[in-house]
Design a binder for this molecule. Structure first.
Ligand code: G3P
Length: 219
């Protein structure tokens, strides 16, 4: 069970890392645009916060596999904890196969079907990223998709199937249901991670215990 943060905000990541509960980070071009800095610098800064065996996804943006591979090499030269994120297209999977054969970990993103997930496994992907929220935006079951991918990977005889990395998470229920459906990892906007800590009854209980503790000390 792993939790990644889905953001390019280095300060926010650094703060959450203090908990010791974060196993990695995913970024994408939109998150990089929001960060407003050179993506290479952002990836360097995030990578430095994590140990070598973690995973920091850096997404390549190109039309051809050759261009994706060239960008991937630039990112991967930063650190061995970098994972290359490619889109689930023919060119993306060609790049995935090439990089995976060279033991460079690849996260195939924008997964909306089981057949895409099957091709990712064939291409040697380390991670597949089904987009739960965007499935639901389009009337598809994101959780159902994760369940089906889990079943296929468990029943097939692929030596090392990709890890399922549930993305486009919008609610804490998405987190729960993604794990029930068999995801290996969830990648969360920091706001959802913060919500996961909370429960009104916990706050209520703490208030009561604080009050009672003061009475104990006054005896
Ligand atoms: O990990 C992918 C994620 O950043 C997309 O989320 O909410 O834009 O669909 P969303």
């Amino acid at each position: 069970m792993k939790i990644f943060l889905d953001t390019s905000e280095v300060d926010v990541i650094s703060k959450h890392c203090e908990s010791g509960l974060i196993d990695g980070v995913t970024t994408n071009p939109t998150l990089m645009m929001q960060a407003g800095r050179d993506p290479i610098d952002v990836i360097k800064d995030i990578s430095a916060l994590f140990p070598d065996d973690s995973s920091i996804s850096a997404e390549v943006v190109a039309d051809t596999a050759e261009e994706m591979i060239s960008q991937a090499k630039q990112y991967y030269s930063i650190s061995s904890n970098i994972t290359i994120k490619v889109p689930c297209t023919e060119e993306g999977l060609k790049a995935c196969k090439f990089l995976s054969d060279k033991d460079i970990p690849v996260n195939v993103t924008l997964i909306f079907s089981t057949t895409q997930a099957i091709l990712c496994a064939k291409a040697g992907a380390k991670y597949v990223s089904p987009f739960i929220g965007r499935c639901e935006d389009n009337g598809l079951s994101g959780i159902g998709l994760i369940e089906s991918i889990r079943t296929i990977y468990d029943r097939s005889n692929i030596g090392h199937p990709p890890e399922i990395l549930a993305a486009s998470i919008r609610t804490t229920d998405h987190v729960t249901n993604a794990f029930i459906a068999g995801t290996d990892i969830v990648t969360l906007p920091p706001s959802i991670l913060k919500e996961m800590y909370k429960h009104a009854l916990t706050d209520q209980g703490i208030d009561q215990f604080d009050k009672d503790w003061k009475l104990v000390n006054h005896k």
